[in-house]
Design a protein around this ligand. Structure first.
Ligand SMILES: Nc1nc2c(c(=O)[nH]1)N[C@H]1C(S)=C(S)[C@@H](COP(=O)(O)OP(=O)(O)OC[C@H]3O[C@@H](n4cnc5c(N)ncnc54)[C@H](O)[C@@H]3O)O[C@H]1N2
Ligand code: MOO
Length: 410
C-alpha cells in the first residue's frame, strides 16, 4: 500500500499524478448545435456578432417622448400630446419622433430617433390618438442602450467556459446556432466484485446490489465526460485483462472501483499490477486510502477503492478535477468554503479525512460517521468536510473547510 519510499502519498501528490495522467485525455473538439451544448466546455472564444442590446429599446410599455416635451407633466398639470406612431416589439421600420408628439411603444421595441425618455403607461391615460401624461421620469429613464451589456466584437464567452443555461442563452443572444466544444473524454467505468448483483435482481445472502458504476458514470457525466459502463467483468485475471484491453480500444480513460486492497481476490490489482504500468499506492486520506494510477496499452487508468463512499470521494478528489482540467476548464475544483462545525468531531492522525456534511448559513452538520459504507448518509450530504492530517479533534464551533458537492437535497 505504501510507496517505494515507505510512506503514504499525500493527497496533493496523488492528485498531481492523476492530473498528469489525464492531462491529454480530452480528444479534440467538435461543433454542436447550441441547443445540444448544455454542460459542454467551449473550445473557442464566442465573439459578439451583434451588440447587446442589439439596438436601443424601451424597458417599459408606455410612450417614447422628448423629455423637453413631457418633463414638466404632473397629475395637477398633465401634458396632452398626439400619438404619432405605434411601436410594438418587432417593428423594424421606426419613424423618427417629431417634437411635440409621442410614439406609443412596447417593451423591447426600438426607440425612435429623437426620443430620450419612455413614460410608463401607468403615468398616462393610455390614449391611442392623443395621450394625457400626468408625470414623467427623469430624462433617459427606461431606455436600454445598444451595447450597454456587451459591445459588438467583444468576447461573449471565452474558451473554457462551461455552458450552463445562462451561457447558452448568451451564445444564442449573440446569434450563434452552433459552438465548438471539447469532445467528451470517453471514460470506461468498471466495477469488480463477485458479490455484486444488478439492481432489480434478487439477492442471495452475501450479495449486494452493484451501485458504484452508476455513481461513477453519473459523476463522469457531470464532470463533462462520456461514461460507458462495463458490467460484470470476469474475476479471472487473464479473462479480465482480455476483456478490459478490448474495451480500452475505444476509451480515453479507464476508471475502476474495487479489487485494490489487501484481500486474497483483488482482480484489478492482480491483473493491472502485473503489467508494471499501473502503480498501487496508499494515500494519506480517509476514506480513499488504497489508490492506483497508470496506463494500460497507453490508456490512462485510475483505480478507486471499492467501498462506495471511498469510491465517490476518490472520484471527487482525484478524477473530477483532473478531467475538468483536461477539458480546459479554468477553475476545475469545486467551491470550497470555511464553515463552523455544528458539533465536535474526531479524526485519525496522519490522514486527511473527508467526512460528509450538510452546509447551511456558514455552519456544517455532519451526516453520519466516518464509515465508507454509509451510502444513505452520503446521499443526504451536500458537502465534504475536510479535516487536515494533523488535526485529531475539533470542538463544536471550530472552523473547517467544506467542499460543496451538490446533492439530491439541495
Ligand atoms: N486488511 C485490510 N483490509 C482492508 C484495507 C486495508 O488496508 N487492509 N483497506 C480497507 C479500505 S480503506 C478499503 S477502501 C477497502 C478497499 O477494498 P477494495 O478496493 O479491494 O474493494 P472491495 O474489497 O472490492 O470492496 C470493498 C467494499 O465495497 C463494496 N463494493 C465494492 N464494489 C462495489 C460496487 N460496485 N457497488 C457496491 N458496493 C461495492 C464491497 O462489497 C465491499 O463491501 O478495503 C478495506 N479493507
Ligand atoms: O480508505 Mo477506505 O477508502 O476508507 O474505505
Amino acid at each position: 500500500m505504501d510507496t517505494a519510499a515507505g510512506r503514504r502519498r499525500t493527497v496533493e501528490e496523488h492528485r498531481a499524478v492523476v492530473a498528469a495522467l489525464l492531462a491529454g485525455c480530452s480528444p479534440g473538439t467538435e461543433e454542436v448545435p447550441v441547443a445540444e451544448a448544455a454542460g459542454r466546455v467551449l473550445a473557442e472564444d464566442v465573439l459578439a456578432a451583434v451588440p447587446l442590446p442589439v439596438f436601443t429599446n424601451s424597458a417599459m410599455d408606455g410612450y417614447a417622448a422628448r423629455w423637453a416635451d413631457v418633463g414638466g407633466a404632473s397629475a395637477g398639470a398633465p401634458v396632452r400630446l398626439p400619438v404619432a406612431a405605434d411601436l410594438p416589439a418587432g417593428r423594424t421600420e421606426v419613424p423618427p419622433l417629431e417634437p411635440g408628439t409621442v410614439h406609443r411603444i412596447m417593451t423591447g421595441a426600438p426607440l425612435p430617433d429623437g426620443a430620450d425618455v419612455v413614460v410608463p403607461v401607468e403615468s398616462t391615460d393610455g390614449g391611442t390618438a392623443t395621450v394625457a401624461i400626468s408625470g414623467a421620469p427623469a430624462a433617459g429613464t427606461f431606455l436600454r442602450h445598444a451595447g450597454e451589456d456587451l459591445a459588438a466584437g467583444a468576447t461573449a464567452l471565452p474558451a473554457g467556459t462551461v455552458l450552463g443555461p445562462a451561457q447558452l442563452g448568451l451564445a444564442a443572444s449573440v446569434g450563434r446556432a452552433a459552438v465548438v466544444v471539447r469532445r467528451r473524454p470517453r471514460v470506461l467505468v468498471l466495477s469488480t466484485g463477485s458479490e455484486l448483483v444488478a439492481p432489480g435482481e434478487p439477492l442471495a445472502h452475501g450479495q449486494i446490489h452493484e451501485s458504484n458504476s452508476l455513481v461513477l458514470a453519473a459523476a463522469v457525466t457531470a464532470a463533462g465526460g462520456a461514461a460507458r459502463t462495463l458490467h460484470f467483468v470476469p474475476d479471472d485475471v487473464d479473462q479480465f485483462l482480455t476483456t478490459v484491453r478490448a474495451e480500452l480500444a475505444s476509451a480515453d480513460v479507464l476508471v475502476t472501483s474495487g479489487g485494490v486492497s489487501m484481500g486474497a481476490y483483488e482482480v484489478v490489482k492482480d491483473a493491472l499490477g502485473a503489467l508494471g504500468t499501473v502503480e498501487f499506492v496508499g494515500v494519506a486520506m480517509q476514506p480513499g486510502g488504497p489508490q492506483g494510477a497508470g496506463t494500460v496499452d497507453g490508456v490512462p487508468v485510475v483505480t478507486l477503492p471499492g467501498n462506495p463512499v471511498s469510491s465517490f470521494v476518490s472520484f471527487e478528489v482525484f478524477v473530477r478535477p483532473a478531467l475538468r482540467a483536461a477539458l480546459g476548464v479554468p477553475g476545475p475544483d469545486r467551491v470550497e468554503l470555511t464553515a463552523r462545525l455544528a458539533g465536535p468531531l474526531t479524526s485519525p492522525a496522519g490522514r486527511r479525512q473527508y467526512l460528509r456534511g450538510r452546509f447551511s448559513s456558514g455552519t456544517v452538520e455532519l451526516v453520519g460517521g466516518a464509515g465508507s459504507h454509509l451510502v444513505a448518509h452520503l446521499a443526504r450530504a451536500d458537502c465534504l468536510v475536510v479535516v487536515p492530517e494533523d488535526v485529531t479533534e475539533l470542538p463544536a464551533g471550530g472552523e473547517v473547510q467544506v467542499v460543496l458537492i451538490g446533492g439530491a437535497l439541495q
